[in-house]
Design a protein around this ligand. Structure first.
Ligand code: GRG
Length: 298
């Protein structure tokens, strides 16, 4: 989970796609080239070396592509020579890049919504530029570049899959901001929100990798299910780390969810065991003393 790009142990799945991940990082920098100085510096800030985040999504997608292509490149199914493989792989790489671009756009907007001052271990864009509007526009800019790259794949099914994901990101975030007490305390609501906010992007991108790889609808659906479960698990871990991590390990402040009044899985599980925690949750977390009270139950 806390992978660093210098870490290349044998059998480490990241090392299987390490070269391609550098290619993706280079292309991301090219994809955000613009002559508009403010947008250029905003995009550079996020895509410069060392501020790349964990690259979880591109890594999973490239590994998924590797697994899928091995299965379709059985000798009996193989196309004419290497050209097919290279072309196919390049198109799948585009999905890894587009996915990361959409993800980063959502992080830029998220930091504005949360008024966050730290991201990926450094100042968030809204904080360092001292300008929330610019961070929103930079997110829009990345989203637009992602759309152009997506359209260039000329695959309408894949375009609509990823376009729908953007709606899901917005829906998940909106569900998180506008919940009533009843909704906030329901595991069902939490899982639905988590699917929209986190799992939809990785699951639909996994499906896109399968579709571009010429896999059957059945295999594409399995890829989707795999990505969905992985995305849900990723967010559950992220939620736990918000309570257990440190600023250094998280790259941002800990306890950020509860301080923003966001009820995540650890609280929901604790509430099942200690029903009296519900009263604390209902009082809200504007008062830091209430945060401390809730933490006693975890
Ligand atoms: C503009 C596309 C767009 C969306 C607007 C703000 C918003 C709607 C959605 C926010 C979605 C969001 C931030 C979900 C959280 C997903 C998540 C687990 C983020 C952390 O991902 P990591 O840990 O981050 O992979 P790094 O920095 O490693 O890439």
């Amino acid at each position: 989970y806390s992978y660093s790009s210098t870490h290349k142990e044998q059998n480490d799945p990241f090392s299987l796609v390490a070269d391609e991940l550098s290619m993706v990082a280079n292309r991301l920098r090219l994809m955000v080239v613009t002559e508009v100085p403010k947008l250029a510096s905003a995009a550079e800030y996020f895509f410069k070396m060392g501020v790349e985040g964990k690259r979880f999504r591109p890594t999973v997608l490239l590994l998924m592509a590797t697994a899928m292509n091995i299965s379709i490149l059985e000798p009996s199914l193989r196309g004419p020579g290497d050209a097919l493989t290279k072309e196919l792989r390049a198109r799948q790489q585009r999905i890894a890049e587009i996915t990361e671009m959409i993800h980063v756009a959502s992080l830029l907007h998220d930091d504005v919504l949360d008024d966050a001052d730290t991201r990926r271990g450094i100042g968030s864009l809204n904080f360092v530029m001292g300008n929330k509007q610019l961070a929103v526009l930079a997110g829009d800019f990345l989203l637009s570049r992602a759309c152009v790259a997506l359209a260039s794949l000329k695959n309408t099914e894949v375009v609509s899959l990823l376009a729908k994901v953007v709606e899901h990101l917005v829906t998940g975030e909106t569900m998180q901001m506008t919940t009533t007490c009843e909704q906030r305390c329901s595991m069902e609501y939490y899982m639905q929100k988590t699917y929209y906010k986190t799992a939809s992007l990785i699951s639909n991108s996994c499906k896109a990798i399968a579709l571009l790889g010429g896999q059957t609808a059945e295999v594409a659906m399995l890829a989707y299910e795999y990505g969905k479960n992985l995305g849900l698990a990723y967010q559950l871990i992220d939620d736990v780390l918000d309570f257990t991590g440190t600023s250094a390990s998280l790259g941002k402040g800990s306890l950020s969810d509860i301080r923003h009044g966001i009820i995540t899985a650890p609280i929901l599980f604790a509430m099942e065991e200690f029903p009296q925690l519900r009263e604390v949750v209902d009082r809200g977390f504007d008062d830091p003393a209430n945060v401390d009270l809730a933490l006693d139950y975890l």
